[in-house]
Write a protein that binds this ligand. Structure first.
Ligand code: CA
Length: 254
């Protein structure tokens, strides 16, 4: 099998800066979307630190012979530990940067990252950047947002539709660089041939319904054309925030 992937980011129609960053690394099979917070040119610094730091740590840990920089979680497989440690190091790197640049005090970043090995993906996220599994029959959100509204939905207080429109829909409960304890969500997902894994920032998921995303991904002839259309339609629906999509598809060998 082979992996096809593409990513696209766009400032949207309202914001002046694009604070999102992404990575598509076909050699490491590493895919990242990071959504910076903090404004005043700081958000894009935070999300760039995340993308750089995670990419660097994953490339340094291809071989399993490295002294582990943080506590090794024996309940997780190796790739889960790699991604979890990478996010903790990114968190520390943002805090280090803030110490040297106090004007960036409020910066932080959400992140969703996937590492593929054969037809298996290890996923981590912090905040409300999302991963979806999309195939011909369904679209399924596989990350649960670290957000106030997601907690209300999980507790049966709000419906998903109410959550989408709620005035507190952008309130996240975790971000890298916030200085609090991090609870990195790690999960493993099987990806069948022709399945697509979509990573995105909330500027995409907030502007498009799941059903629209499903249709666009299934009607596109390549990940490249799918991410272009996703971004285009998120803009057409208002583009209220920065928009980022990374789409990864497993194809059979030709
Ligand atoms: Ca955003």
């Amino acid at each position: 099998m082979r992996i096809l992937a593409a990513g696209q980011t766009d400032v949207g129609c309202v914001r002046k800066h694009n604070e999102d960053n992404f990575l598509v690394d076909a050699e490491l099979n590493l895919f990242i979307v990071a959504d910076g917070l903090g404004g005043h040119a700081a958000g894009e610094v935070a999300s760039q630190i995340v993308v750089d730091k995670v990419g660097q740590f994953i490339s340094q840990t291809v071989e399993q012979d490295r002294t582990w920089p943080l506590e090794y979680d024996v309940s997780l497989p190796y790739d889960g530990n790699r991604l979890k440690a990478a996010l903790m190091l990114a968190d520390q790197a943002i805090l280090d940067d803030i110490r040297g640049n106090p004007e960036r005090e409020s910066m932080g970043s959400t992140v969703v990252a996937a590492l593929l090995r054969d037809n298996h993906a290890t996923l981590v996220h912090v905040g409300d950047s999302r991963a979806y599994l999309v195939n011909a029959s369904e679209i399924r959100q596989i990350t649960r947002d670290h957000s106030w509204v997601a907690e209300q939905v999980a507790n049966g207080i709000l419906t998903s539709e109410e959550a989408r429109k709620h005035p507190f829909r952008n309130v996240i409960t975790q971000a890298l660089g916030n200085g609090g304890d991090l609870d990195v969500a790690v999960q493993d997902v099987e990806i069948a041939e022709l399945d697509c894994l979509l990573l995105c920032s909330d500027g995409l998921s907030g502007m498009l319904q799941d059903q629209d995303i499903w249709q666009i991904v299934n009607n596109a002839d390549s990940p490249q054309s799918a991410v272009q259309k996703l971004v285009k339609d998120a803009r057409a629906n208002g583009g209220e925030d920065n928009i980022t999509a990374v789409l990864v598809q497993i194809r059979p060998d030709e």
